[in-house]
Design a protein around this ligand. Structure first.
Ligand code: FAD
Length: 301
């Protein structure tokens, strides 16, 4: 989608930066996605006015964080992507509370807190992407999830057109699912973390890094786990037991290192990845009677 020049000029006046014809294949960890205009939001205070203008002009939009959990359609996309400003996201610590901008890198936040002798999030160290994406997805790994540490989230709520602050206890954080509205834009979070000496946090971080390196295809293009684990089971184990590692559609392939990671080995298209997901889901359904639920967020036209 191309924003009209007169609207682009008004967006610039509001401090938003417009980039034309951006390839989302270059902005996503899967390396898949078509092209569209990209809007870098300016100062948080201007966000309600920008969002109102987009609504008035009926400009469809999607919010992109680090792009590590999305599978995007190919071709000319009928919506634009919005980004929070990336330059020097704020992070500060006061006692056991950490205040972090949603555009901050999640791993960077874990190490920043560690340096202030705050732990509890070691498991999240290798989860790529932004703090905003981690909040939306309730990112988790190795027994840790971000949700239980959240005390407050400042967000822009499209339903009211206002900035709001939600208490952590009013947000539901489930397994890779949260109660945020689909069009909420997370801006900042306050976390409460247990005190832990830096050296101990670092030791935990090293263990988690090693576990990841030994089991995941980290040098290939992926979005992490493609399916959620069913209650009490492991999607990866079932796919592996069916001998599907290495199974491919075009350049989309079930990783031969971790069966729940689907990788783009070259020029995979969104349709290749979706077909691969369908084929694997069908094989698991037939063999185990289980319907696998998609973890990756699919953005089709
Ligand atoms: C190698 C690899 C390993 C991974 N391992 C894990 C793992 O162990 N555990 C895990 O949970 N995930 C894992 N993931 C998936 C992914 O990293 C997480 O889901 C991550 O939290 C997504 O963050 P992101 O900023 O990249 O979000 P994006 O992919 O950009 O977006 C994901 C969703 O969040 C929304 N979103 C992003 N930012 C905001 C915001 N500020 N406000 C509102 N909505 C927003 C988007 O609209 C979209 O719906 C892995 C991915 C890769 C590539």
């Amino acid at each position: 989608m191309r924003i009209k020049d007169n609207v682009a000029a008004r967006l610039r006046e509001l401090g938003a930066e417009l980039r034309r014809d951006v390839s989302l294949a270059e902005q996503t960890s899967l390396g898949i996605g078509g092209t569209t205009d990209e809007l870098l939001l300016g100062h948080y205070d201007s966000i309600p006015a920008v969002m109102r203008l987009l609504a008035d002009e009926k400009i469809a939009h999607r919010f992109l964080g680090g792009g590590t959990n999305v599978l995007v359609a190919d071709g000319d996309l009928p919506w634009i992507v919005l980004h929070l400003p990336h330059a020097q996201p704020g992070m500060r610590v006061e006692g056991n509370a950490a205040y972090v901008d949603a555009s901050a890198d999640l791993g960077g936040m874990v190490t920043f807190c560690a340096k202030h002798d705050l732990g509890g999030m070691e498991g999240l160290i290798g989860v790529p992407g932004s703090v905003g994406g981690a909040l939306r997805m309730n990112a988790g790994a190795y027994g840790t999830q971000i949700g239980p540490h959240v005390r407050e989230v400042e967000l822009y709520r499209a339903a009211t057109g206002k900035m709001e602050t939600l208490r952590g206890s009013d947000i539901r954080f489930d397994y890779r699912h949260t109660s945020f509205a689909p069009d909420d834009v997370m801006l900042r979070v306050k976390l409460e973390l247990p005190s832990k000496p830096f050296k101990e946090v670092l030791a935990g971080i090293r263990v988690c890094n090693e576990k990841r390196r030994s089991s995941q295809p980290l040098n290939q293009k992926s979005a992490g786990c493609i399916f959620k684990n069913p209650t009490g089971g492991s999607a990866g184990r079932m796919i592996d037991e069916l001998g599907l590692k290495g199974h491919r559609v075009g350049d989309a392939m079930v990783s031969d290192r971790h069966a729940n990671f689907f990788v783009n080995t070259g020029q995979a298209r969104c349709s290749d990845m979706l077909q691969l997901m369908d084929e694997v889901r069908e094989r698991v359904r037939r063999a185990y009677g289980i319907e696998l639920e998609t973890e990756v967020i699919v953005w089709q036209n």
